[in-house]
Ligand binder design. Structure first.
Ligand code: AMP
Length: 219
């Protein structure tokens, strides 16, 4: 029996570009394992792990956590899903992270969601959360019935510290300075695929068609 080559994909895009939604659609449609660095960090924060505690101040201030710290935990997690096709989301965010990843895994494709910064700024600062259930509202297109109040429980909504306007600007600056060069890194390797647009629903059919060609046996 000939072993089937594993498919390794990365999804990139500024915070608020719809990366999370797009990743969900990709993993559900194409059966990939999903590893999100942001989710991994939030789980560690919620569980109060040592790694979560070390990362907290960086995240709250809209800064990237140090390369060696995040790279170590991501490579550790990837090892666990080594025998599956996977989609990596939110990592790498800097060229040193990309270089370290490349030493171990060479991605087949890097999907970049190219969404205008203005759209992203508006989107991120309008996101409100009901902390105990995780319900997400958006004051523009999915507002709660009463401003600042959860529809089901009547409890107050909060804004994630890193969704506050001043932090969002810092996150976008970090993206521009540190993550744009990663796109260049993958472009030079000939594996960067750019998908431009404003709405996830409009970008999705293009991503779907592209991955359908790459993974014909799955869909
Ligand atoms: P995200 O939900 O992907 O925007 O991640 C939330 C926060 O986690 C970011 O603002 C960073 O502080 C941190 N983070 C996530 N991924 C990385 C990464 N690859 N390198 C450094 N910091 C990261």
């Amino acid at each position: 029996m000939v072993a089937r080559a594993l498919f390794r994909a990365i999804i990139m895009g500024p915070p608020g570009s719809g990366k999370g939604t797009m990743s969900q659609r990709i993993v559900q449609t194409f059966g990939l394992q999903h590893l999100s660095s942001g989710e991994l960090l939030r789980t560690n924060l919620a569980n109060g792990t040592e790694f979560g505690l070390q990362a907290k101040s960086f995240i709250d201030e809209g800064k990237l956590v140090p390369d060696d710290m995040i790279t170590r935990i991501i490579l550790h997690e990837l090892k666990k899903i080594n025998q599956y096709n996977w989609l990596l989301d939110g990592f790498p965010r800097t060229v040193p992270q990309a270089e370290e990843l490349h030493k171990v895994y060479q991605p087949d494709t890097v999907i970049n969601l190219n969404v205008p910064f203005e759209t992203i700024k508006e989107r991120l600062t309008s996101r409100w959360i009901h902390p105990s259930s995780g319900r997400v509202y958006n004051t523009d297109f999915n507002p709660p019935k009463v401003t600042g109040i959860d529809d089901l429980t009547g409890e107050p909504l909060i804004q994630r510290d890193d969704d506050k306007p001043e932090t969002v600007i810092l996150r976008l600056q970090a993206y521009e300075e540190l993550t744009q060069p990663v796109l260049e890194y993958y472009k030079n390797k000939g594996i960067l695929e750019v998908f431009s647009g404003i709405e996830t629903n409009k970008i999705w059919p293009h991503v779907h068609a592209f991955l359908g060609k790459k993974l014909p046996t799955l869909r």
